[in-house]
Design a protein around this ligand. Structure first.
Ligand SMILES: [Zn+2]
Ligand SMILES: [Zn+2]
Length: 265
């Protein structure tokens, strides 16, 4: 069987059209046969949906209002988010969450938007994707308060939080997605946490075009580069890169059942 990776979080709409086609081609030939592109604005859905449709069966779409954009676009209605979650071409809701590093939107608006995404995720039965920065305690509080029977169906994307939040996410039944940060010299703490988390709950991502992994650091990121994060994770777990590819692809399929064609692409 050939190796099959999935980039669980990228922003293909941030690339120029010719760059994007080339990035998808390169990813597929590097074994990154599935990509989940994240639409961060509710007004961009049609544009991003077209990108996903053009790149079937390798690209699927998740939609949410990024915490950076909540003030600008307004806190979305729970019913609107639920309706988006029910769309056949939407496999997840997000990214949503709290960014207390940049604080581009007022904190109370970010929190309300985050809670509404979670509730809409429960109603439409698609998982949610969490962006959290410098907000571990507040993120934990909301995840716990909004849980149903102590469970949440979601993923902490681009993991850069502390151990307590990682452990809480695992306890709630959630997943943790590791980005190029895992390869950075100064990220020992993130590697230590990743090493201790169960492999059956880990995903890998690029967050393209941001955060290119070592040895591509500083360049514009692309989904093909997820293999560098996978390689570091294989070292941390003491397993082969093939095993990381297989496990993280299976994990992705379990979390995002509506995107199962990415796992078979
Ligand atoms: Zn993010
Ligand atoms: Zn993102």
């Amino acid at each position: 069987m050939s190796i099959h990776y999935i980039d669980s979080h990228c922003h293909l709409d941030h690339l120029e059209e010719d760059q994007r086609a080339e990035a998808v081609r390169r990813a597929v030939s590097a074994g990154v046969r599935g990509m989940l592109t994240i639409c961060t604005s509710l007004s961009a859905i049609d544009r991003v949906a077209a990108i996903a449709a053009q790149n079937k069966p390798h690209v699927a779409m998740a939609v949410g209002l990024h915490p950076h954009r909540v003030e600008q676009e307004g806190v979305p209605l729970e019913d609107d988010l639920t309706e988006i979650g029910f769309r056949s071409d939407v496999v997840g809701l997000g990214e949503t969450g709290l960014d207390y590093f940049y604080n581009k939107s007022p904190r109370d608006q970010q929190e309300e938007s985050f809670r509404r995404h979670i509730r809409a995720s429960h109603k439409s039965q698609v998982p949610f994707i969490v962006h959290t920065r410098d907000a571990d305690e507040e993120t934990a509080k909301i995840l716990k308060e909004e849980a149903i029977n102590g469970q949440q169906n979601g993923v902490l994307h681009c993991f850069s939080s502390g151990r307590a939040l990682a452990e809480l996410a695992i306890d709630l039944g959630m997943y943790i997605s590791l980005s190029g940060i895992l390869t950075f010299n100064n990220a020992k703490e993130i590697r230590d946490i990743a090493a201790d988390m169960p492999l059956e709950r880990l995903l890998i991502e690029t967050d393209t075009p941001f955060l290119a992994p070592v040895p591509m650091r500083g360049k514009s990121n692309q989904p093909a580069y997820v293999v560098h994060t996978a390689k570091i994770l294989a070292g941390l777990k003491g397993v082969s890169e093939e095993e990381i590819a297989l496990q993280t692809t299976n994990n992705f399929k379990r979390l995002f059942p509506k995107a199962s064609e990415l796992a078979e692409a």
